[in-house]
Ligand binder design. Sequence first.
Ligand SMILES: [Zn+2]
Ligand SMILES: [Zn+2]
Length: 276
Amino acid sequence: MFQVRFWGVRGSIPTPGPSTAGVGGNTSCLEVRCGEKLIILDGGTGLRELGNELLKGEPLTASMFFSHVHWDHIQGFPFFVPAFVPGYRFDIYGGKNLSSTLAETLAGQMNFPNFPVTLDQMGATMLFHEFDDGQLVQLGGDVTVRGLMLNHPDGVYGYRIEHDGKSIAYCTDTEHREEPDAHVLELAASTDLLIYDAQYTPEEYTGETGGGSKVGWGHSTFVEAAKLAEMAGAKRIVLFHHDPMQDDDAVAEKERRCRELFPNSEAAREGLIIEI
Ligand SMILES: [Zn+2]
Ligand SMILES: [Zn+2]
């Protein structure tokens, strides 16, 4: 089994409400199943619902990989109920920013007076692993996770997960440059599934529409997704990290335009499950 399930697909801030209910309003969180192994990518608000689903089963061990610690990737963590339950164990991987470790940042968002419970009051076993650029993590069996730094304010890791001769690449919160990003190409090389930051349309990115240029904000477009997938020989694209300004129709239009460039592509929606 090699399966990806999308629990949160929105970028920057949750977007509840009727105009976004089809795509879903939760921020970044993916569940990846590789045989017996459970990998969680990012802890945006989608993590809360994943946690509720996990509670239906027995306590388990999972590995969590954080791309980075911007709010939309960590905000679900204080509401991730399994982390409060003894018996669960989480191996938590992520980079260090300039001033603090991943553990300090996750704890920081729960510090008084921002939250009533602290990280060390959570009952599950949590082991923090500091992640370095280019590191390969062996999770047992044939499951590996490799991470490379991408282009984003305060830094970000993209990850490639391999299992059973197949792979997925998770490259969110990254901005394209004029030259294609060698790290994206490496993570996405011949991958079965490229999940890519397509927050903007090209017009939104340049500022032609949507209230000003987004150049330098650390996000990319579906056109770059198609270009990079083509160059890397990726088989399939999921457009990810939708801009909060995009309602369901806008995301569908982005998907339609991307399919003109790269037919095997689709927009991430909450609840989407892909068998690799
Ligand atoms: Zn983000
Ligand atoms: Zn970010």
